[in-house]
Design a protein around this ligand. Structure first.
Ligand SMILES: NC(=O)c1ccc[n+]([C@@H]2O[C@H](COP(=O)([O-])OP(=O)(O)OC[C@H]3O[C@@H](n4cnc5c(N)ncnc54)[C@H](OP(=O)(O)O)[C@@H]3O)[C@@H](O)[C@H]2O)c1
Length: 272
């Protein structure tokens, strides 16, 4: 099975392209904001995992037209190409489609994004769902980046290893899961059957708790301080609690489980 992964130079894309069946494509192969059908015709994938996106919240806020073109319109074009050729597609979406006030969210919960990013991803979801594809909403991913660009987790580790203290929100929660578990789940989904929505998330954790686990593992718990969202005003409202659960794991992802971040931290830090 030839699985094409868009956004293969991205943080999630690099985890997915470790699988032998996967062919990665990045911006060097095509720009989503422009026409890409000739590339797809040439590659002729059996299935597609669509991870490429304008993924930085600040970029989507400053360039809403580009966010719409990439996250929504290009996803719809890619989805249309796949539907017309009977190619299975999994669109990678986000917990940021929710407002954070009514967690936990399952696949039937109403999506009400607070950010331009969340709105553009939701429009992308709606387009590919109408085409009969599968949308996997992934929670905040953590873990070491495989490429040169640092992940949120890498930045925290760098600060702590340098002896710098960090202030982390005690009042913001996510169902954090690792890039690795997200990639395993997405590969299982694309090889399987089924359409509609599915949530991929790990156990509920605040940003403060994440930092505390990490600092304890690194032997510097004193470096983590509790902050709160109101101390750091942001240009768009931040969802408070985006914990997600799934009603569809047994049907679509038998055997898959998101391990807790604490479980994986030792191997990330090279201590396993
Ligand atoms: N990170 C998270 O915690 C999280 C949580 C939930 C959902 N998601 C979703 O998961 C997916 C992957 O996230 P990520 O963290 O891996 O993001 P990322 O590191 O920013 O990777 C996104 C990739 O998309 C590519 N891309 C952006 N604009 C493009 C364009 N116009 N044409 C072609 N490629 C383009 C980027 O290419 P370049 O390398 O050339 O910039 C990059 O490789 C996204 O769909 C995101 O919405 C992420």
């Amino acid at each position: 099975m030839k699985i094409l992964v868009t956004g293969s130079a991205g943080k999630l894309g690099l985890y997915l392209t470790r699988s032998a069946e996967v062919l990665g494509c990045g911006r060097k192969d095509f720009d989503l904001a422009h026409d890409f059908s000739s590339y797809l015709e040439r590659v002729a994938p059996d299935a597609v995992i669509h991870t490429a996106a304008l993924s930085a919240i600040s970029d989507c806020l400053s360039q809403p037209d580009l966010a719409d073109r990439v996250n929504h319109l290009a996803s719809a074009r890619l989805g249309g190409w796949c539907r017309d050729r009977g190619v299975r597609m999994v669109y990678v979406s986000t917990d940021m489609v929710f407002d954070g006030e009514r967690a936990p969210y399952d696949e039937e919960s109403e999506a009400e994004p607070l950010s331009e990013y969340g709105r553009s991803k939701l429009r992308g979801e709606q387009a590919v769902l109408e085409q009969g594809h599968l949308v996997a909403r992934v929670a905040l991913m953590v873990g070491p980046a495989l490429g040169e660009r640092q992940s949120y987790y890498d930045q925290l580790v760098s600060h702590l290893r340098a002896g710098q203290s960090v202030s982390l929100f005690r009042d913001e929660w996510r169902g954090m899961l690792s890039y690795e578990d997200a990639a395993l789940g997405l590969l299982q989904l694309v090889r399987g059957q089924g359409s509609g929505l599915v949530h991929l998330a790990g156990p509920r954790l605040s940003r403060l708790e994440l930092g505390q686990h990490l600092a304890s593992a690194l032997g510097c718990p004193e470096l983590v301080r509790a902050g709160q969202r109101s101390d750091y005003p942001s240009p768009e409202p931040r969802p408070r609690d985006l914990t997600m659960v799934s009603r569809r794991l047994a049907e679509l992802l038998p055997g898959w489980r998101a391990r807790s971040v604490e479980e994986q931290m030792k191997s990330w830090l090279g201590e396993a």
